[in-house]
Design a protein around this ligand. Structure first.
Ligand SMILES: *Cc1c(COP(=O)(O)O)cnc(C)c1O
Length: 451
């Protein structure tokens, strides 16, 4: 190889203000349309703020993720993580694409059934499964992922009463080299607890052990953590085969794939740092194909990816309420979208883009929501061009968790619309009204008159 010529290092002075570390201006093209539908028209028709979902994006992202796995491994099944976004229209798009349902509560279980998913295609996770929902799940042949010993013994007790053989898996937690280690869910691999639980299930004989499950965390930026998880789960499957001559049908890798959002404090944007579906698929499938599991016993790989499949499809459109200078002279902007609607702004630096033409000059700006509380901060400091009162903006990548973790605090939740692949806009959740809330409240007789 030819020796490279020495080049002396150069230190460039960065001008503060106008350019920023990602360059300037180019980052700031207005977003005037989503899937060719005018942002302004959506706001005129459906109000501000308003959430928008792109069905085209959901389907394309799902297909991309699926292809990454199916090109590498013969048996793959996705199960839509309801808690990430359980709007019925969204769930049905995933179900149409072939996803099963992954639920973590009785409420979500009922939603999956109402969305037309058959019981045996529902994965029932989480630490809170009441006896009544366990009974339903057992009767429906759902896949029950056991979280702890108390739950295991409750299920064993129920099998005797119901005279049914529940289909169960255990959730396993483990050290995969990432921090923090989630050890509060499931049985620990490293201290032998998971192996102990498997033995108890297999010697019992009244439970059908169908799978092994791990959900190692969320927004995992190190794809190889899944290789560690898969290797440990494959080890359990191999030991079960050796000791009991029993083949486990599936290994469920949970969710946790990062979306392209940028974490608060991250130096580089998420679009540059987040692994691709191919990276995750490579890490996961190699852990199984290189394990001691024989090819004829290869388990189905189940994936419960949530945020990575829906974040990019979601937008919230809103309006600037005011601009002001803070006491220290810095610029701030008040918008009509607060943490009530954008819970994820507690950990993401959401991208806010004007929906109309603007001057190219940007300034560090604190972006506040409309709630009367100090923690209502959408961006602590964002490089933004001036937007005037009444101007509109688009916040991108908000499809995951915001429409489930939203808060009903001092105001009502807005409409949610979905743009279908043909460009037609459908209301998929109505805006709330005061009347809706009055439905739940009761006024004791002696308070009906206040004077
Ligand atoms: C939340 C959750 C998921 C989805 O996680 P993402 O990080 O959104 O992919 C999948 N499985 C289980 C058990 C979960 O609790």
């Amino acid at each position: 190889m030819k020796k490279l010529a020495y080049e002396r290092p150069i230190i460039n002075k960065l001008n503060t203000g106008m350019p920023n570390k990602f360059g300037m201006k180019t980052e700031y093209l207005p977003i005037t349309h989503i899937d060719e539908v005018s942002v302004k028209e959506i706001i005129e028709k459906h109000g501000s703020p308003v959430y928008v979902l792109s069905e085209k994006n959901i389907r394309a992202t799902y297909r991309k993720a699926k292809k990454s796995f199916t090109t590498r491994y013969p048996k793959v099944q996705f199960a839509w993580s309801y808690k990430t976004n359980y709007l019925n229209a969204v769930c049905r798009v995933f179900h149409q694409e072939g996803s099963w349902a992954e639920v973590v509560s009785g409420f979500e279980y009922n939603k999956a059934i109402a969305n037309g998913i058959s019981g045996d295609h529902i994965i029932f996770n989480g630490p809170d499964k009441s006896v009544s929902y366990l009974t339903t799940a057992i009767n429906n042949g759902s896949l029950i992922h056991i979280d702890n010993y108390d739950e295991l013994y409750t299920i064993i007790d129920l099998t005797e009463k119901l005279e049914k053989t529940p289909k169960v898996a255990i959730r396993v937690n483990m050290d995969t080299g990432i921090f923090p280690q989630w050890s509060r869910f499931g049985f620990n691999y490293d201290n032998g607890e998971a192996w102990d639980a498997l033995n108890r299930i297999l010697i019992n004989g009244n439970l059908e052990l169908v799978g092994l499950h791990a959900h190692i965390g969320t927004y995992i930026l190190t794809a190889t953590a899944y290789t560690v998880a898969g290797t440990k789960l494959a080890d359990l499957a191999t030991r079960v085969k050796e000791k009991y001559n029993y083949v486990i049908q599936y290994i469920d890798f949970g969710g946790g794939f990062a979306s392209k959002n940028t974490l608060i404090g991250a130096y580089l944007p998420g679009t540059d740092t987040c692994p691709t579906f191919d990276d995750y698929a490579e890490a996961i499938t190699s852990s199984i194909i290189n394990s001691n599991i024989k090819p004829e016993d290869f388990p189905t790989i189940i994936l419960e990816s949530g945020r990575a499949l829906i974040d990019d499809a979601g937008y919230i459109l809103g309006t600037v309420l005011a601009n002001k200078r803070l006491a220290d002279g810095s610029r701030s902007m008040v918008i009509n979208v607060g943490v009530n609607l954008l819970f994820t702004s507690f950990w993401y630096e959401h991208k806010i883009t004007p929906a109309q033409k603007f001057s190219p000059y940007t300034e560090h700006t604190s972006v506040y929501g409309p709630l009367c509380m100090n923690i209502d901060v959408i961006r602590k400091s964002a490089d933004l061009p001036i937007m005037k009162k009444g101007d509109n903006f688009v916040i991108s990548r908000v499809g995951a968790y915001n429409m489930t973790q939203w808060m009903q605090f001092i105001t009502l939740r807005p409409r949610i619309v979905m743009i279908d692949p043909g460009g037609k806009v459908h209301v998929i959740r109505e805006a709330e009204t005061n009347k809706d809330f009055d439905l739940f409240e009761k006024i004791p007789d002696y308070l009906t008159k206040i004077n």
